[in-house]
Design a protein around this ligand. Structure first.
Ligand code: C2E
Ligand code: CA
Ligand code: CA
Ligand code: CA
Length: 277
């Protein structure tokens, strides 16, 4: 192994070491991000297609690091793999409830949706944390929405469904995120005690031009409605997309067409401006 190709091998393992080192360094920084108050939530407005009103916001986490705003794609997977997601996810829930309560105190009552990662959902402390949060934060549980993905049923479907039932009994609103991209089957969908389906933006992006994608979106809206669910389409960027979805009786949209995700203060302004209309 030390002959031909030996150099390549050494070089390769050095590269792996460098990658592992960078990963560990990032993990160490992320570990302190919560306590150093480096995380913040941005809020993306969601719009009702029936009347054009604001219905709520999705809370999306960002990491303010050395003056830069780092998007979740660059740290959520690492947080999941390292287990840090539990602490990070708890902070996100607490911060979203704090904001929701502040909005309620101002006399406005939007929904606030929070992303729950599969590992966070499966952690033993998840339900007790939610219960404690509802008891202390003073928020109306119906206005707090939890977004989970289909993958939560992969390990333990019965356990996941039982937990969803408990969350629903607490009065929370439950949504399936990224619908259509995951593993789960339609059989599970009918057993999920949920309120809302979020059609993934990958379907919305190709709706025009690709007839099959348009058919999938229309069928998903019909499926959601026949199960008694609210249907929201994500990643709506253009008026043409909005008009198509509206024509297909989709209930709500979220995407750059209505608004980008906004820092908390701008979200409050957006909320008050839409209240005046
Ligand atoms: P997601 O839950 O599917 O969130 C929607 C993503 O699409 C957001 O990216 C949002 O900024 C982006 N988006 C919204 N409208 C449009 C549009 O019209 N066009 C396009 N191209 N994109 C749009 P973001 O904020 O970078 O978040 C990425 C993902 O990170 C989220 O995907 C979610 O899976 C995860 N994430 C974000 N915040 C949290 C969190 O607090 N906890 C957990 N576990 N995951 C989070
Ligand atoms: Ca989401
Ligand atoms: Ca999504
Ligand atoms: Ca997504």
């Amino acid at each position: 192994a030390r002959q031909a190709g030996g150099d390549t091998l050494v070089h390769y393992s050095e590269e792996i070491n460098a990658q592992a080192g960078a990963r560990l360094a990032l993990e160490a920084r992320l570990r302190h991000a919560v306590e150093r108050h480096e995380l913040e939530l941005h809020y993306q407005p969601q719009q009702s297609l029936a009347d054009g009103n604001l219905v709520g916001f999705e809370a999306l986490v960002r990491w303010r690091r050395d003056g830069q705003l780092v998007p979740p794609d660059q740290f959520i997977a690492l947080a999941e793999e390292s287990g840090l997601i539990v602490e990070l996810g708890n902070w996100v829930l607490e911060e979203a409830c704090r904001q929701l309560h502040a909005w309620q105190a101002m006399g406005v009552a939007p929904m606030v949706a929070v992303n729950i990662s599969p590992r966070q959902f499966a952690a033993p402390g998840f339900l007790p944390h939610i219960e404690a949060l509802l008891a202390t934060s003073g928020v109306n549980p119906a206005q707090l929405e939890l977004e989970i993905t289909e993958s939560v049923v992969m390990e333990d479907a019965e356990g996941a469904i039982a937990l969803l039932r408990r969350l629903r009994e607490l009065g929370l609103t439950l949504a399936i995120d990224d619908f259509g991209t995951g593993y789960s089957s339609l059989a599970y969908l009918s057993r999920f005690p949920i309120h809302k389906l979020k059609i993934d933006q990958s379907f919305v992006r190709n709706m025009q031009g690709v007839a099959e994608q348009a058919a999938i979106v229309q069928a998903t809206i019909g499926l959601g409605h026949s199960l008694g669910l609210t249907v929201i389409a994500e990643g709506v960027e253009t008026e043409a997309q909005r008009a198509l979805l509206s024509g297909w009786q989709c209930d709500q949209i979220q995407g750059y067409h209505y608004s980008r995700p906004l820092p908390a203060l701008a979200a409050s302004r957006f909320l008050h401006a839409s209240d005046q209309r």
